[in-house]
Design a protein around this ligand. Structure first.
Ligand code: HEC
Length: 182
């Protein structure tokens, strides 16, 4: 007769041992896993980060060549344009919060899709590439397109300087009008 009374088990797993029995024996592991899953689900309810909108492009930056634009799209446009490519992980908290914050702050500082806004400073953008602060390092880890070679960097920096000159350089008041803030 089979005994279920615990005690000495000489022959390994008993047939009635399942997930539940395992959980009963590893109570603290079970509690921790359940709590973690609960927190993981609960944070999905926080609305911040749900919004994956791309507002309309009112005026794209006047890139001097398609190559330059392509480099900018790969390295900058996810955070500095209204053509953000929202990655899969941006739909899951807490990554969604980090991405949302990057895009909000990035668009606020520089937006290639609203070039009529004179706050956009192409020369400043060229500098961030030269000093290596943009694109951000964590972003480059996840996005191979943003890892520019020396020549690509050079091309993008020169394109940005050309755009800047087209605007009349630093003390800009000759750019195309508008200046509609969002
Ligand atoms: C992952 C998102 C992301 C990408 C990609 C990115 N940026 Fe940024 N950028 C930000 C954020 C966030 C800020 C504002 C906070 C800060 O300065 O770190 C910013 C700020 C800036 C600023 C203004 C502040 C300063 O440092 O002068 C410039 C200019 C800029 N970025 C240029 C670029 C250029 C050019 C590229 C592409 C080569 C790029 N960024 C790629 C997120 C990004």
């Amino acid at each position: 007769m089979r005994s279920f009374s615990g005690g000495a088990v000489a022959c390994g797993r008993r047939p009635d041992e399942g997930v539940l029995a395992w959980f009963r024996r590893h109570r603290w592991v079970a509690i921790t896993l359940t709590a973690a899953a609960g927190v993981g689900l609960a944070i999905q309810m926080v609305p911040y980060g749900w919004d994956h909108s791309n507002p309309p492009v009112t005026q794209d930056a006047p890139w001097p060549s398609p190559e330059a634009r392509e480099l900018a799209v790969g390295a900058c446009y996810d955070c500095h344009s209204n053509e953000t490519n929202w990655p899969i992980y941006s739909y899951v908290a807490p990554m969604s919060w980090l991405v949302r914050r990057d895009v909000d702050r990035g668009r606020d500082e520089l937006n290639f899709s609203t070039w009529e806004d004179e706050d956009n400073d192409a020369d400043d953008a060229a500098e961030t590439i030269e000093d290596g602060s943009m694109p951000p390092r964590q972003y480059k880890l996840l996005h191979p397109d943003a890892r520019l070679s020396d020549e690509e960097e050079q091309l993008l920096v020169e394109a940005l300087r050309t755009i800047d000159e087209g605007r009349g350089g630093d003390d800009d008041n000759s750019g195309p009008g508008g200046g509609d803030d969002d």
